[in-house]
Design a protein around this ligand. Structure first.
Ligand SMILES: Nc1nc2c(ncn2[C@@H]2O[C@H](COP(=O)(O)OP(=O)(O)OP(=O)(O)O)[C@@H](O)[C@H]2O)c(=O)[nH]1
Ligand SMILES: Nc1nc2c(ncn2[C@@H]2O[C@H](COP(=O)(O)OP(=O)(O)OP(=O)(O)O)[C@@H](O)[C@H]2O)c(=O)[nH]1
Ligand SMILES: [Mg+2]
Ligand SMILES: [Mg+2]
Lengths: 294, 281
């Protein structure tokens, strides 16, 4: 693990009070490798290393603190800071005037439909009336998938009809769910590629019509270097307000989290940790940092 | 050569970054760079075009395994020829089966698919639509049914109806869930029990956006069910799928085909040359 490697490299510097450029540079080579192996984007890893270097150089090694520990401490706290820092709750704020609308978007297969249902379960425990909106008329049986999940948790659901335009469906279903008294509405959209002009335009138009309070990018935790391209494209075009990382019950290190934070600044709000509808947690920067660093 | 070293090094640095950004991974990129530097020294080459061509050669060599990819719709090993699809959640298994069923149908083969994802909401419904579009038959059961018994029923029907190809869909699963990997092993055993040699192919379906975890996926799925080939999906996006370079070599298996879109026709045989060119663009 990175921490073990760094201890070996840096503890050779015993007895010196200050971390020199040479030994910091050597240690950071190891850090860079670990970050890349953890799927942190090349550019993001580069700037992370730069800021760690800055903090480490010339920093006084405290009494009784080994240089390795000092370095690890800097790396760890810098990563936590970048991932969202301590203190602020990552959660969505539902206190707006109802209905509060949350729109989920992302690449194909990232976990949007499942996450929509999970969020419904999560928010309902706060006593709110939830409504689920399915806006994917493309994927075979997509509407059926959301319907079945909604039935399982007994939440009202409306989905786009076969070959109905998703934007028209959004407008139609919004008024239906409003009339039915939904206080929080979760809008699930079709997966799409960011290079698909037509579908990106559709999403922008949908966002404009629904005017959601939260526009959430749902990203697979095993995403590699592409996390930066994808997150920037969605965030840039759709003005996202947050992200959700899924499939964290796997063993992907999750460097995509740092990449997405580093490049778009989007707050990561929740993480998916399994297939069942209870498998959702609020995002914890410190846990994620530990996972990425390995 | 020495006068051009600085220029070459800058170019190599740039290419190295590009390969890292394409998800080839640190180890593979360093190895490619070392190979390349030796090749270049031997060829006394250093112009940018020569460097890029030499790099493409190194990568293509890695991507050309002992066993070449099979032609879609061609050489069938068994009667029926059984293909088992495995992979993590959302990678594109069900959609790929629809596309491959269509390809086999276009080649005049009789195709049957097994809806052995008995777990996920509307998984069976989704496959049923694809089977209809492709002109394939579909064997299914009720939600929560035993996946292995659906696979068995499908193979039994395929034999009885003298079908040419059976494509078996399975639920997405993460290799970290030991119980689910056990279920996959059982599906494979059951197929082998009903027809000697089945499944003739076990294809790991991998999303092109996947990072280094693909190596662990490949290793773990292979331990469980001996993967014979890879399918790389969603190559129509921005991700380059470079992790298949170290993965194909690690498992010593071919990339059989690539998914380049969501419709029935969007499946192409894997072309190492084309793929490598895209990596280096
Ligand atoms: N293990 C695990 N699986 C998940 C998680 N979230 C979603 N999944 C699974 O991932 C697969 C894809 O989920 P979907 O909800 O269909 O994804 P999607 O983004 O709606 O897909 P498209 O609509 O096709 O773009 C399904 O098999 C889900 O059960 C998670 O946190 N952990
Ligand atoms: N753009 C693009 N999308 C694809 C491709 N292959 C599959 N998809 C999409 O990816 C999403 C997931 O595909 P599925 O076939 O449901 O994936 P799966 O592996 O069967 O998913 P689970 O059964 O839930 O594990 C769907 O929206 C598909 O349309 C591809 O090559 N390109
Ligand atoms: Mg969906
Ligand atoms: Mg499926």
């Amino acid at each position: 693990a990175l921490t073990a490697r760094l201890s070996t490299v840096l503890d050779r510097l015993r007895g010196r009070g200050v971390l020199s450029e040479e030994n910091v540079t050597e240690a950071l080579r190891d850090v860079r490798r670990a970050l890349l192996e953890a799927d942190v984007n090349v550019g993001v890893a580069r700037s992370f290393i730069e800021s760690v270097k800055e903090q480490a150089l010339g920093s006084e090694v405290g009494k009784g603190v080994r240089p390795g520990q000092q370095m690890i401490g800097i790396i760890h706290s810098e990563m936590i800071r970048l991932l969202g820092g301590e203190g602020n709750s990552a959660e969505v704020d539902l206190s707006g005037s109802p209905p509060v609308i949350l729109m989920l978007l992302g690449l194909q297969g990232s976990g949007k439909t499942t996450t929509a249902a999970k969020l419904a379960v999560h928010f309902r425990s706060g006593g709110r009336k939830i409504g689920l909106m399915g806006l994917d008329p493309y994927r075979p049986a997509a509407g059926e998938q959301l319907r079945r999940l909604a039935e399982r948790i007994d939440v009202p659901v409306e989905v786009a009809r076969e070959s109905e335009d998703p934007v028209d469906a959004g407008v139609r279903i919004l008024s239906e769910l409003k009339a039915a008294g939904s206080e929080v509405i979760l809008a699930d959209t079709a997966g799409r590629q960011t290079v698909d002009e037509a579908l990106m335009n559709e999403l922008a138009s949908l966002r404009q019509k629904l005017n959601p309070q939260e526009t959430l990018l749902v990203l697979d935790a095993m995403t590699g270097q592409d996390a930066v391209t994808t997150a920037s494209a969605f965030s840039g075009r759709l003005d996202c307000t947050g992200a959700i990382l899924t499939k964290l019950d796997g063993d992907a290190r999750g460097g995509a989290a740092l990449s997405l934070r580093g490049v778009t600044g989007l707050p990561i709000r929740y993480v998916g940790i399994g297939e069942d509808l209870g498998a959702l947690e609020v995002f914890h920067p410190d846990r994620m940092a530990g996972r990425i660093l390995g | 050569f020495s006068g051009k070293t600085a220029l070459t090094d800058d170019l190599l640095d740039e290419l190295e970054d590009r390969l890292l950004e394409a998800d080839l991974g640190v180890d593979t990129v360093m190895e490619i760079r070392d190979h390349l530097q030796n090749d270049l020294r031997a060829k006394k080459a250093s112009g940018p075009d020569e460097v890029i061509a030499a790099m493409a050669e190194v990568i293509e060599r890695i991507l050309t395994p002992g066993v070449p990819p099979k032609e879609i719709g061609a050489d069938l090993d068994g009667r029926p020829h059984v293909v088992l699809f495995v992979g993590v959640n959302g990678s594109g298994k069900t959609t790929t089966i629809g596309k491959l069923a269509h390809a086999y149908r276009s080649a005049g083969k009789k195709v049957i698919v097994a809806a052995a994802d008995t777990y996920r909401a509307a998984a069976v419904d989704q496959l049923v639509v694809w089977a209809e579009r492709a002109g394939a038959e579909c064997v299914r059961s009720h939600e929560g049914a035993d996946a292995a018994s659906v696979a068995w029923d499908a193979l039994d029907a395929a034999i009885a109806r003298e079908m040419d190809v059976l494509l078996v869909d399975t639920a997405g699963r993460l290799h970290t869930h030991r119980g689910l990997m056990g279920e996959l092993e059982k599906i494979k055993r059951v197929l082998a029990g009903r027809l000697e040699g089945a499944p003739h192919e076990t294809l790991l379906v991998l999303d092109a956006t996947t990072g280094q975890n693909a190596l662990v996926q490949g290793e773990e799925f292979s331990k469980s069910v001996d993967v014979t080939g890879l399918i790389l999906t969603k190559l129509d996006g921005t991700a380059r799928g470079g992790v298949i370079v170290p993965l194909a070599r690690k498992l010593d298996i071919p990339v059989q085909m690539v998914g380049v879109g969501e419709d029935l026709e969007s499946l192409m045989p894997f072309d190492a040359h084309e793929f490598t060119a895209a990596l280096l663009k």
